[in-house]
Design a protein around this ligand. Sequence first.
Ligand code: GDP
Length: 301
Amino acid sequence: MVLADLGRKLNAALSSLNRAPVVDDKVIDALLKEVCAALLESDVNVKLVAQLRQKVKAKVKAQFDSGADRGKEANRKNVVQKAIFDELVQLVDPGVEPYKPKKGHPNVIMAVGLQGNGKTTTCTKLAVHYQKRGFKSCIVCADTFRAGAFDQTRQSATKAKVAYFGSYTETDPVSIAAQGVAKFKKERFEVIIVDTSGRHKQESELFQEMVQISEAVKPDMTVLVLDASIGQAAEAQSQAFKDSADFGAIIVTKMDGHAKGGGAISAVAATKTPIIFLGVGEHLHDLDKFAPQPFISKLLG
Ligand code: GDP
């Protein structure tokens, strides 16, 4: 089920509450069943869905017990709807503030993630985003694993009018990353984005390489780039990256496609890390800022 369908189903479940003559346990249970089924169909982690159900029930009970509904059905409906809304927001809000680049300072951002997730595209989008906001931005291509990676960076960075660094001959990604970051720091760039290599699988060499690059460039923020279609594998994958790369932010790509998105969303709770942007297309400007509350409001339409 794609995200728009999830929104429609959640919305339909919530508005069915408006039609219920009384708000009793049976009605609340039926509503929660619908909400949870929709979340599961979208690949949101099973444990998270079970937690959401319990938390909503506990919150609603506490509110009813305290007399917050003043015995009125309309108030009872509001209590239930608000509890569900708040818990949906909690799903995508780890309560952690992401790093914010500072002007006049070399902010190093390192991107990690498996091959094909959209890392290289996202690096250019990020550079464009910060450049538009007045940060002198650039990209270092430290992906020596994938043939053609540097060409891809060169082409997209040229199109975006963003400075870039890489090498056709150097095979050591750590050395390229260190050289590129040193060069751009000297030239007073303010946002220096380091694109690292991905592999098809989570492999120990990939993680070792990421740790070495990270030690060499000392990023202010490491970003995990996750494909929205990852599904239930998100928890294990994001946890594996977290253990070695310790990323501080997530960007979910391909949210414009037919992906369910719920899996990638589950990575937030699994790693207690905030999503900062959503990739919503293949073009340079297809990057949306992410914030939990507006995202859920928009989802519910
Ligand atoms: P990498 O291997 O992780 O560096 O992945 P790439 O940046 O090369 O992207 C892989 C493919 O995904 C390319 O065809 C991109 O155009 C596409 N892609 C990346 N981000 C998005 C997105 O947000 N939406 C869509 N529709 N495609 C994307």
